[in-house]
Write a protein that binds this ligand. Structure first.
Ligand SMILES: [Zn+2]
Length: 370
């Protein structure tokens, strides 16, 4: 394992464009044309190639690109005991596009024993070397809670969990089990991906609601408490960070707005080591909310977009990093694309080659600044 841990001066969020071989294999498996073993073999081959490319690009973090998942979040949720895969009659409504229809339903007590992602992690772990750290990305606990109350899902959720506090405690305990199992498997870096904070930032979403301010504060505090409960008793040498997301699906987005409404509670209150924050366009607002980031937490500036192949102007990005340094010391700042390249298997609208060019630019800029 690399002697340093995440975040790295040039870094990435985790998901990568799915190769055509993998897409075909997943479709073949869904249609019953190949076995689960066949699919796993192809996933293993493609992940092995991806990790070789991540290393070749000079990055210090390796991931499986989320190649075994169809969604950044739901596949992980389906891996818990007591949670089932369901299909709704519609997806999430993104800006100009509707996603595929997967969701979750409770079918019993939630627990995190034998989560399949631990085996997925072990596959990546074998490639860790003196230059790299194997990262596991998972959706934040609050994201699971939010999905359980998405639209009509809540009706089923309260049937199994009439007591909200019991639900919160069970989700947190299930996460603690998975985190402990990942750590046991040699994991030293976990990233929570979290769209719930992105939604809190969205003025348009909240403006239409009565008592919006009180509701926002109460919900945000509940989500924060749940995330922190899941982090209780985590080992000191396990680095956990949060990526705050505004949605990333086929190059479209879900929410919009600066960090101000949640800055104090999230940056000050969440017991993680750092934040991967989107700052790729005006939807993310100014750097000013970063004044709430305490000195012991790091900020990875997502200044380059993973949503488009257009390469950013180097000088502009460097200027923006120095602008952000008015609020967080330059030493505590890092650089990455604003999100993954394929939060869902459909991926963003750029080619594999363009994806790697983007990462090469992130590295090049980072090396000029630090
Ligand atoms: Zn994201």
């Amino acid at each position: 394992m690399y002697k340093e841990n995440a975040p790295f001066k040039y870094d990435f969020v985790g998901s990568f464009l799915r190769p055509s071989n993998l897409k075909r294999a997943r479709a073949d498996y869904a249609e019953g044309n190949i076995t689960f073993e066949d699919l796993t073999r192809i996933e293993n081959e493609e992940i092995t190639k991806l990790i070789a490319k991540q290393k070749e690009a000079g990055y210090h973090v390796i991931t499986d690109g989320e190649f075994r998942r169809s969604y950044w979040h739901l596949d992980f949720m389906w891996g818990f005991n007591g949670i089932e895969h369901i299909e709704l009659d519609h997806g999430y409504f993104f800006h100009g596009e509707e996603t595929t229809h997967g969701s979750i339903a409770i079918s019993g007590n939630i627990d995190g024993k034998n989560h399949p992602f631990v085996e997925h992690f072990k596959f990546v772990k074998q490639f860790e070397d003196e230059n790299t750290v194997a990262r596991q990305t998972i959706p934040a606990p609050a994201q699971l809670y939010a999905e359980l109350f998405r639209e009509k899902n809540g009706e089923n959720t309260v049937k199994y969990y009439p007591d909200d506090e019991k639900l919160i405690q069970d989700i947190a305990a299930a996460y603690r089990t998975v985190i402990a199992d990942l750590y046991e498997a040699g994991c030293s870096n976990i990233q929570f991906d979290d769209c719930t904070w992105g939604l809190f930032c969205d003025k348009k979403y909240w403006n239409g609601r009565q008592n919006a301010e009180t509701e926002l504060k109460e919900t945000a505090e509940k989500y924060l408490r749940l995330n922190n409960l899941a982090l209780e008793n985590r080992p000191a040498d396990l680095v956990i960070t949060t990526h705050v997301c505004r949605g990333n699906y086929h190059s479209t987005w879900a929410s919009s707005g600066g960090y101000e409404p949640i800055a104090e509670i999230l940056f000050g209150g969440e017991n993680v080591d750092g934040f991967y924050l989107e700052f790729d366009d005006e939807r993310s607002g100014s750097f000013e909310p970063l004044r709430f980031v305490p000195n012991n937490k790091k900020v990875v500036l997502g200044l380059l977009t993973s949503k488009s192949p257009v390469l950013e102007d180097e000088r502009t990005i460097i200027e923006r990093i120095h602008e952000a340094a008015q609020f967080v010391p330059l030493d505590n700042l890092y650089l990455s694309p604003q999100c993954g390249f394929a939060s869902c298997e459909i991926g963003n609208k750029l080619t594999d080659e363009e994806q790697w060019k983007k990462l090469a630019l992130v590295k090049q800029i980072s090396e000029k600044v630090w």
